[in-house]
Design a protein around this ligand. Sequence first.
Ligand code: PMP
Ligand code: GLN
Length: 383
Amino acid sequence: LVSRMRAFGTTIFAEMSALAVQTGSINLGQGFPDTDGPAAMLDRAVQAIVSGANQYPPGPGIPELRQAVSEHRAGHYGLNYAPDGEILVTVGATEAIAASVLALCEAGDEVIAFEPYYDSYAASIALAGARLVAVTMRPVEGRFTFDPDELRAAVTPRTRAILVNSPHNPTGTVFTRAELTAIAELCQEAGLIAITDEVYEHLTFDGVEHIPLATLPGMRERTVMVSSAGKTFSVTGWKTGWICAPAALITAVQTVKQFLTFTASAPWQLAVAYGLRNELEWVSALCDGLRHKRDRLMDGLATAGFEVLRPSGTYFVQTDIRPLGFSDGLELTRRLPELVGVVAIPTQVFYDHPDRGRHFVRFAFCKKDEVIDEAVTRLKRLS
Ligand code: PMP
Ligand code: GLN
């Protein structure tokens, strides 16, 4: 393995899901729902295959999906992106982010990301030969946020881009307009590109709304806006994502993307176009259901003795394990299957400064009520 990838072993999601299978544990680790997406959308994928959408689609993506993404951005956020030239379909958000970093960052450039950060960011940045500079999010009154002065101090003459994930995995924070404004001002002062990871854009709770960074003044022209269908439509296995950005940025990213995968699978693209046009009410209902599940899991974890932090978005809850007498989340999550038959994710693996996240553990609540209840019953045996 090349030296720039040596720090990256098996992802925590693969490790923990394998542990869940081996031990027959309840898997509240890797974030994937245990119910399917909208039936008509699934059916549309079957129809697409049966009716012959089985050869290479155009590199930028099937026109129907680019059109649907364009309409969705305009209708939902008032953001206008031309289906031809300003939208690129990718193999999930993961490829979108990797291709963006590879296309836009020179070796030696610095990329800022908020820790704890989604694990693919560090690997994509390393592949580009660039350097991740982590700005730490810390809980303030039960909500993870960052210090704008620390963010400012992280910028150097080598800073090229900032990766902004909101709603944020793994903390569940949805950035406020004030937080986004601090980021936007810095991007403009320092000439940075923003790569935004908005895969949880539709999964927000309690009236909190997702604000795309590109909607802030001066930001559309310097933002690479990434999203995907996996979380919105409960089809994480479809790996269908997209990028919206000004034409020059899309051209750069597409230059890389065409040699990573050339194009993304055809049937899912047609089905996701259908979903974006016809299933947003289904998504609202999903979100209402998730809010109940969040509360159900939060109550259960609190009863089991965890300190629980309330997320405003995503389908993850952060807990502090110290009230139960534990101090190391990695150690605890590796033992949790044998202790009580539950799998969770140690938050510290998403930090460059693991000490700052050592006592946090992430639980996913995108699961059937009976699964959440059984997990809680088991976790109560910890105390
Ligand atoms: N970003 C974040 C924050 C995620 O949680 C995930 C996992 N769904 C991804 C990106 C990857 O998305 P995809 O499966 O579309 O590649
Ligand atoms: N996004 C999912 C999570 O955070 C998992 C993605 C993956 O397995 N790589 O749990």
